[in-house]
Ligand binder design. Structure first.
Ligand code: SF4
Length: 270
């Protein structure tokens, strides 16, 4: 049988594309960036368009893998058991209500990953954003800021804060993959408040961290720049933290620690 373009569409692939994966959710304090210390409900979504292989190495099921401290939300192959399929927005709302039922205030809501904006135009994801905004939650999306958002057709994103954790060369990713200046410009021009958050290591500071940050954030003097040390364990943080603090003092950036690592080290934040 001659295969047409239509017959090449495999139904199960289509379904796979439509699924949102939630890797974990928990109530804790925000450990990084502008809202450090703020009581927050975290929704960690699965999947990322980057791998950041230079950020760390881990042994999983006897296999050495390279990546970030959220590798369980990046590597579906190894961590698929943690990846829960979300099939409608009510599931996310129910989770939110589970966490808030005994609180008499609205905590900050953080959508993180992985890269949560992989789902930016997914109906379930966007409806959840609309719900959160309408209900008066302060919402932060933690993103690598490489994905272009259509704010005109998806206007609820204008009321979201974007923590733009743009990756520098110490991530091990190619420049063309980790920096999308159009995506950054679109976020900055369509939101009332968003900020940059860079992960720095000693080596990068000694070499070219300032130039790399200026290349990415230099056009936006009004946008705050937070710099935090590399490390998902206290011992690693200690290798980089003072150099990052001194770097911030020299250039006027804002130092951000990783409070969750200081408090809980590699344990889960719950
Ligand atoms: S962009 Fe973020 S979540 Fe994705 S691999 Fe890099 S550090 Fe991990």
């Amino acid at each position: 049988m001659k295969r047409t373009a239509k017959s090449l569409v495999v139904p199960s692939m289509k379904q796979e594309d439509d699924v949102i994966y939630l890797v974990e959710h928990f109530y804790s304090i925000q450990g990084e960036g502008k809202f450090v210390g703020t009581p927050s409900i975290f929704f960690r979504f699965g999947g990322c368009n980057l791998k950041c292989p230079s950020f760390g190495e881990y042994f999983v099921k006897g296999k050495k893998v390279f990546g970030c401290d959220s590798i369980h939300a990046v590597n579906k192959e190894l961590f698929h058991k943690d990846w829960q399929q979300i099939r409608n927005v009510q599931e996310l709302i129910d989770i939110l209500q589970e966490h808030t039922q005994y609180l008499d205030f609205k905590p900050h809501v953080v959508l993180t990953g992985g890269e949560p904006l992989l789902y930016w135009k997914d109906e379930i994801f966007y409806t959840f954003i609309e719900y959160l905004v309408d209900e008066g939650y302060i919402v932060t999306i933690e993103t690598n800021a490489t994905i272009l958002i259509d704010f005109d057709n998806f206007p609820a994103y204008k009321d979201v804060i974007f923590a733009m954790a743009v990756k520098l060369s110490n991530s091990g990713e190619r420049y063309e993959k980790r920096v999308n200046k159009e995506a950054i410009a679109t976020i900055v021009t369509h939101t009332a408040y968003s900020f940059f958050k860079f992960t720095l290591s000693r080596n990068l500071i000694e070499m070219r961290a300032y130039e790399e940050i200026v290349d990415i954030a230099g056009n936006y003097p009004e946008v705050e720049v937070f710099c935090m040390p590399l490390g998902d364990k206290v011992e690693i943080l200690r290798k980089h933290d003072k150099a990052v603090a001194e770097f911030c003092l020299l250039y006027g950036f804002i130092y951000s620690d990783r409070l969750q690592v200081r408090l809980w080290n590699r344990e889960k934040m719950r």
